[in-house]
Design a protein around this ligand. Structure first.
Ligand code: ZN
Ligand code: ZN
Length: 385
């Protein structure tokens, strides 16, 4: 998803801007970037961005939520006004202002909107990501007010009929234009199209219907998740507006690194250091697996640094399936940095044997001769382990 600019920045106002400041800034920018008047390439994009910012910042409830939670973490457009289709039906620039400042009534009732999505970051251990885990998380979000049960009025009181629109929620206004008379139907701005006004707001939530709350949620993280994977919980986001559905909760995962293992998709990588004698002669070595167990790995004689050995089915599971990837053992041959006198002598002897001319030094069997003589020099037969 694209990075969104800060809404205040889009409108060029400060975080403390008043509703009037915001409205003025919007009017100015909307006139400047309206696609009917501005033919520049990115005018429409800017216009949409401006509308979206205004949509949120002009609504005290949405503005508070934006100040608190930032940009919604979803993939769809802003709540309420969606994409271009919301204004493409209007004619000129004046109609747009009527629609935006009056809030156009589309179905004769107040407009509902889906609540914003919430993001929660969750860190898992390496093993939790591989095998899955159940976690209890605490999310902060508005919860319905307990005192008024979300009805926004003080218990025992009722909303009263709106004195401006008489309860219809609509205002009609005739407009003379060169094309004739039009009747604009707009939402009543006193009652926001609800037809009723709350004269005695709930004292607990001050008429909002919601209070800030904390909520514990038990989440099941499946095995095989990886860095930046997202788990979506439908309907666990912020409450909707005017009866709209709630948004979703997105849990964004980050995975702690492990002291010996690394992840690469479903493969688990493990670096195994061996010494030159083990590399030359071969050996069976015990390596740890992510299950917390260990398994014996046969290092063939003549193993070179960088060789990998796959332990089938010892990796992380494919998401949603039982099948597991592999553990990949990456072999690193370590040349000793400190030697005892005895070891130094053995290496000198080795060196002499490597430098003495023999047919195998020049023929295609050069490597075979090399390892045979390493075995001889170390006095073993390669069947250690
Ligand atoms: Zn009204
Ligand atoms: Zn309340």
């Amino acid at each position: 998803m694209a990075t969104k600019r800060d809404y205040y920045e889009v409108l060029g106002v400060s975080n403390g801007a008043t509703e009037d400041d915001i409205r003025r800034a919007f009017r100015k920018l909307a006139r400047q970037y309206h696609p009917d008047v501005n033919r520049e390439k990115d005018a429409e994009e800017r216009f949409k961005e401006i509308n979206e910012a205004y949509e949120v910042l002009s609504d005290p409830e949405k503005r508070r939520s934006y100040d608190h939670f930032g940009h919604r973490f979803g993939q769809d457009g802003p709540a309420g006004f969606g994409g271009p289709s919301d204004f493409s039906g209007f004619g000129g620039i004046e109609d747009i202002f009527d629609a935006f400042f009056g809030g156009r009534v589309r179905t004769g009732t107040r407009r509902t909107a889906r609540g914003s999505d919430l993001r929660h970051d969750l860190t898992l251990t390496f093993e939790e990501a591989v095998f899955g885990v159940q976690k209890t998380i605490e999310i902060q979000r508005p919860e319905p007010c307990g005192r008024c049960a979300g009805r926004r009025t003080e218990p025992g009181t009722q909303p009263t009929r709106c004195p401006v629109c008489g309860g219809s929620g609509e205002l009609r206004r005739a407009q003379q234009t060169v094309f004739g008379q039009f009747v604009n139907v707009m939402a009543c701005d006193r009652c926001q199209g609800e037809g009723r006004v709350i004269t005695t707001p709930c004292s607990e939530c001050r008429g909002q219907g919601y209070v800030h709350g904390k909520r514990q949620l038990t989440v099941d993280i499946p095995g095989g998740v990886d860095e930046q994977h997202t788990v979506r919980y439908q309907g666990e986001g912020l409450p909707g507006y005017h009866g709209g559905p709630p948004g979703d909760l997105y849990i964004v995962l980050s995975i702690q690194s492990h002291s010996v293992f690394k992840r690469q998709g479903t493969d688990i990588l493990y670096d195994l250091d061996i010494n030159v004698a083990q590399a030359a002669l071969g050996e069976e070595i015990e390596v740890p697996t992510v299950d917390g167990k260990s398994t014996r790995v046969k290092i063939p004689a003549g193993t070179q640094s960088g060789r990998t050995i796959r332990l089938r089915g010892q990796g992380a599971p494919h998401l949603g399936r039982a099948a597991r990837g592999d553990q990949v053992v990456n072999i690193r041959v370590v040349v000793p940095q400190q030697l005892s006198e005895h070891q130094r002598n053995l290496f000198r002897e080795l060196a002499r044997s490597f430098s003495s001319p023999g047919p195998e030094q020049h023929g295609p069997d050069k490597d075979r001769g090399f390892f045979d003589r390493v075995k001889d020099a170390l006095g073993g037969d390669g069947a250690t382990g």
